[in-house]
Design a protein. Structure first.
Length: 153
């Protein structure tokens, strides 16, 4: 069984909340800066983006999970209950492109779950600042590609 990296799971669970709080904190500091005139447009944009990121994080927080996969099963924990599913019971599986480190999704029992791969540096990427291509070389990526080709095409 190949298991998701716990550090990456924590990274994906908390990154949007951290960025959101930093944007709100920067907006508050900008508001209380006595040396400059307050630019309300920038202040409202930064704080609105921060609030939106925090709301997105609250929606996605419970969907990001640590999973174990092999060629026939996917095992994950949902609200403390360990669920062991066969790949034929999974409605859809795929990768979210243009995000590094690679992040996968699966639709199981009409619920979407998100999960990272098992290695920190199991991918390679190249491109420019506006376009980037990411290749996943991890064992979990190979298993998911084989399962995807077997069950879903």
């Amino acid at each position: 069984m190949t298991e998701s990296n716990k550090l990456q799971v924590l990274f994906w669970k908390y990154i949007l909340m951290i960025i959101g709080f930093l944007l709100i904190f920067a907006s508050v500091l900008k508001f209380y800066n006595p040396d400059q005139i307050t630019d309300w447009k920038k202040l409202s944009i930064f704080s609105s983006i921060g609030i939106i990121l925090i709301l997105i994080n609250t929606i996605l927080f419970d969907r990001i999970k640590k999973v174990k996969v092999n060629h026939s099963r996917i095992i994950y924990s949902d609200r403390g209950i360990k669920k062991d599913k066969n790949w034929s019971e999974v409605q859809r599986i795929g990768r979210i492109y243009f995000i590094a480190p690679p992040l996968y999704f699966a639709k199981v029992d009409h619920k979407f779950i998100l999960f990272p791969t098992e290695r920190n540096f199991g991918y390679s990427s190249f491109g420019s600042s506006s376009m980037r291509v990411i290749f996943d070389h991890s064992k979990m990526g190979e298993i998911i590609e084989k399962v995807k080709n077997t069950y879903y095409i």
